[in-house]
Design a protein around this ligand. Structure first.
Ligand SMILES: Nc1ncnc2c1ncn2[C@@H]1O[C@H](COP(=O)(O)OP(=O)(O)OP(=O)(O)O)[C@@H](O)[C@H]1O
Ligand SMILES: [Mg+2]
Length: 309
């Protein structure tokens, strides 16, 4: 079942007589139980898309369905079964974390409010700040309090827009596990944006790359990485590096840097070129003390797509 459906969505802003096409006819679907990443450079249109899907902005044209229903026509149902957490939304500063969650529990039609709030506070390790005003939270505590708000109604559809910003590496890792567990245990559909490629790779089942309001590509992270046909090879030799340098220059690889007895170069994987170069290095009798081959990362894909403007 498709929990999020977007067809030909368009949103234009007008500013000082100028037209900004923030979302330029995008279409995608997110299945039940699927975590779907929306990636793209600053200003690509990701937050605008999420703001339309969560009812914060009105679309110009196109169709949006959440759990099979158009939000405009079935707002109460859509609201009570979906939710959003973003680093850019603010809880009320003058209320405590617990008071904020009570307000949202009412807005989202939650039953057994106190039980749910306590569960979430424990899950996100916020018990000790539960009765503190939001203005006195650290930024990492605030980010986690916003995530509690996002899960208050056990949403079947969850929108997470840069929801891990400002978390220290330990808490960020725990938070990613909590999000993944939530997805699995509730078969939830999650639309996720982040500029941290490793977490997108770790969490998302499929990824859409957005640029200038358009979706350029939708695929799994391993298929997207196949767009990059280069590997990085790091080699260390036991003796002088110069003969290996000379040899590599004749092979037409791109040397990134050479230092002491190590050399790092990029080589295409097309026509088995990388394997041929490495096997020649062995056949020529270079005495190696280290050989490390690194495939492309999602960062490489991001940079390639972002620069194709
Ligand atoms: N209310 C607005 N009025 C005018 N322009 C807007 C408005 N909101 C967004 N924009 C513009 O629309 C474009 C898309 O912005 P959006 O916030 O959706 O990008 P994003 O992909 O979320 O970027 P980021 O990675 O920086 O969060 C940008 O050019 C932005 O300046
Ligand atoms: Mg954004």
């Amino acid at each position: 079942m498709d929990c999020i459906e977007v067809y030909d969505l368009v949103k234009t802003f007008r500013e000082k007589g100028k037209e900004i096409v923030a979302v330029d006819g995008i279409s995608f679907k997110v299945k039940k139980g699927e975590m779907f990443g929306l990636l793209g450079p600053n200003g690509a249109g990701k937050s605008t898309t999420i703001n339309i899907l969560t009812g914060l902005l009105e679309k110009d044209s196109g169709t949006v369905k959440i759990l099979g229903f158009e939000p405009e026509k079935n707002w109460e149902f859509v609201k009570n079964n979906s939710n959003v957490a973003t680093a850019y939304s603010w809880l009320s500063d003058v209320l405590t974390v617990r008071q904020n969650l009570r307000v949202y529990a009412k807005i989202y039609g939650v039953k057994n409010t106190e039980k749910r709030i306590n569960e979430l506070l424990e899950m996100f390790e916020l018990g000790n700040v539960a009765d503190r005003k939001v203005i006195r939270l650290s930024s990492g505590e605030n980010t986690r309090a916003v995530l509690c708000k996002g899960l208050i109604n056990n949403p079947k559809v969850l929108f997470l827009d840069e929801c891990t910003v400002g978390l220290d590496p330990d808490i960020a890792d725990k938070t990613r596990s909590l999000i993944k567990n939530y997805q699995k245990e509730n078969d939830a559909a999650i639309l996720f944006t982040s500029h941290y490629m490793y977490e997108v790779e770790q969490l998302c089942d499929r990824i859409a790359f957005m640029s200038n309001g358009k979706i350029i590509s939708i695929d799994t992270s391993s298929n997207l990485k196949k767009l990059i046909k280069k590997h990085t090879v790091e080699i260390a030799v036991k003796k002088d590096i110069k003969p290996l340098m000379e040899f590599l220059k004749t092979e037409g690889v791109e040397i990134i840097f050479a230092k002491d007895n190590s050399i790092v170069f990029e080589v295409t994987t097309e026509h088995d070129k990388m394997y041929k170069v490495i096997s020649k290095i062995f056949h020529k009798g270079f005495m190696l003390s280290n050989l490390h081959v690194k495939g492309p990362t999602l960062d490489d894909v991001f940079i390639k797509i972002a620069r194709q403007k």
